[in-house]
Design a protein around this ligand. Structure first.
Ligand SMILES: CC(C)(COP(=O)(O)OP(=O)(O)OC[C@H]1O[C@@H](n2cnc3c(N)ncnc32)[C@H](O)[C@@H]1OP(=O)(O)O)[C@@H](O)C(=O)NCCC(=O)NCCS
Length: 210
């Protein structure tokens, strides 16, 4: 497995690179949440340093994109608002104090091998390298709707407290980010259209103590 930033992608290879990115996107996200070529192209142009990929045997299997912004604990912004509709054109601000992870996706055939963890750790390293105080993102809670359907409705606050049989956080995605050193700071209703998460987004934060 090797991790790369898109800074080194030659411009004549860009379309081929984007083909591979879209392939990962298709194999990782539910259809309603997949980002278009135009959005990835824009993120690549605006902040290539935060555009990270992981390859296995020369094939891209994981992708994460980010932007620099300012962390505002009182913000109630949706994903579309915070990322300028996923384009980051008007929202990326090099003088901000935080790295915002716009997306993380790993192809279904390569999930559970540590690729997602590697991508988040590299975004954290980038935040450190840039001297930023925070890294944050809006996590999904893809187990929430299914949990309520099986066990009866509970509030999102109660759902976040649920543990699995191993005593770990119940929701797979919150567990994933928690393991990478991020913690839950806020619940945002109507964060993005996402049936599995009943449209909730969970703001998760990492703080730079160095
Ligand atoms: C979430 C995701 C990026 C994790 O990548 P990964 O390479 O599988 O992660 P790692 O191997 O480093 O870590 C495994 C952990 O990821 C989480 N995870 C695995 N598959 C998942 C899935 N389909 N959805 C959410 N979380 C998942 C679990 O916490 C798992 O740990 P466990 O062994 O305790 O169950 C990946 O599963 C994915 O692309 N999911 C779909 C797209 C998505 O929801 N992205 C999140 C952006 S908000």
């Amino acid at each position: 497995m090797e991790i790369e930033s898109a800074v080194s992608t030659p411009s004549n290879q860009q379309e081929n690179f984007l083909d591979q990115i879209l392939n990962v996107e298709k194999n990782s996200w539910p259809p309603e949440l997949q980002a278009s070529r135009e959005k990835f192209k824009s993120r690549l142009r605006i902040f290539p340093q935060g555009f990270l990929t992981v390859k296995i045997n020369e094939k891209i299997k994981g992708v994460s994109t980010s932007q620099i912004t300012t962390y505002d604990p009182s913000s109630q912004k949706t994903w579309d608002e915070i990322t300028g509709n996923g384009m980051i054109k008007k929202t990326h601000n090099p003088s901000g104090n935080a790295l915002y992870v716009v997306s993380v996706g790993v192809s279904a055939d390569s999930q559970g091998k540590g690729i997602g963890g590697m991508l988040i750790q590299s975004q954290i390293e980038l935040a450190e390298k840039l001297g930023l105080k925070y890294l944050f993102l809006g996590a999904r809670i893809p187990g929430y709707d299914a949990y309520c359907k099986h066990n009866g409705d509970i509030t999102v606050e109660d759902y976040l407290k649920k543990k699995n049989e191993k005593g770990d956080i119940y929701d797979p995605e919150i567990r994933f980010y928690d393991r990478q050193g991020l913690h839950v700071v806020k619940i945002i209703p109507d964060f993005e259209p996402d049936e599995q998460s009943r449209n909730y987004g969970i703001v998760m934060l990492w703080e730079n103590h160095s």
